[in-house]
Design a protein. Structure first.
Length: 270
């Protein structure tokens, strides 16, 4: 029988559909994975920003993960927004119990509008217990700065930060440099085998970039589940997200930072 790779997204819900669980499900589906989900929080948000967050009880998050793992046997996990200590511990317990092959963690800590999405206690447990279990961690510049407790502003600092985080957590690290000054968007991938890769693309002028981090990490998890290497998965995911940004840049959805279009015309190639 034909089998699509199963990817479980553990993340928050975005009622406006552009980020979080909703973006992950669209992304995984667009590139021919089967998407399952475990919701960690319900956010009240739209393209204008996050207004409120309601955390889901940790025991319910854990039960969702166990229900999926016991039946669907996911090939990869994608972890997004986790904003309290008990939920992080529940996820860590599940990872240790089920030992999934691939774990991609997008450390969502600060919303685009500047709202902090995580408690200090949760951050401590993430650094001590969750990050060392991950296959790949995908922080942006601000998130990498938080994880290392130092500012990162330039390309050379990104390279050093990626190496330092990889050594710290024994995980592959992808630092996303889309907010660096200049016409190029540069991401740095540093792997535990000490190989490193630079991914550069021309910046696309768009006001519709809501959910780019969620989308990229979900795409990488899906390509890993399909059997590609980390380097190949990142390259393919960046190709997909570039097409999604281009397809969405002229859309009018909402009145603020709008979403990507997760189903560009040529997704059949994936």
């Amino acid at each position: 029988m034909r089998k699509h790779p199963v990817v479980l997204s553990i993340a928050g819900s975005d009622c406006s559909g552009g980020a979080g669980i909703q973006a992950d499900i669209k992304t995984i589906s667009a590139i021919s994975g089967y998407a399952a989900s475990a919701i960690t929080a319900v956010t009240v948000q739209n393209t204008l920003g996050v207004q409120n967050i309601q955390t889901i009880p940790a025991e319910i998050v854990k039960a969702q993960i166990e229900a999926v793992m016991d039946d669907l046997y996911p090939d990869a996990l994608k972890i997004g927004m986790v904003n309290d200590e008990s939920t992080v511990k529940a996820i860590v317990d599940c990872i240790k119990k089920y030992k999934p092959q691939f774990i991609v963690y997008d450390p969502v800590m600060i919303s685009t509008s500047g709202r902090q999405l995580i408690t200090d206690d949760a951050l401590n447990i993430i650094q001590l217990e969750l990050c060392p279990l991950c296959t790949l961690i995908t922080p942006n510049l601000n998130e990498a700065s938080v994880l290392l407790n130092k500012e990162i502003h330039y390309l050379n600092e990104m390279k050093v930060a990626a190496r330092d985080l990889s050594n710290l957590y024994q995980s592959d690290i992808l630092i996303k440099g889309g907010h660096l000054a200049g016409e190029q968007a540069t991401d740095i991938l540093y792997c535990t085998n000490q190989e490193n890769y630079i991914f550069q693309t021309e910046k696309i002028k768009s006001s519709n970039l809501h959910g780019t981090g969620c989308t990229l990490s979900a795409a990488i998890a899906t390509f890993l589940a399909k059997g590609y290497s980390t380097n190949e998965s990142v390259a393919k995911a960046k190709n997909y997200i570039t097409r999604a940004i281009v397809a969405g840049k002229d859309l009018e959805i909402g009145h603020g930072n709008g979403p990507l279009w997760h189903f560009p015309n040529d997704t059949a190639q994936f």
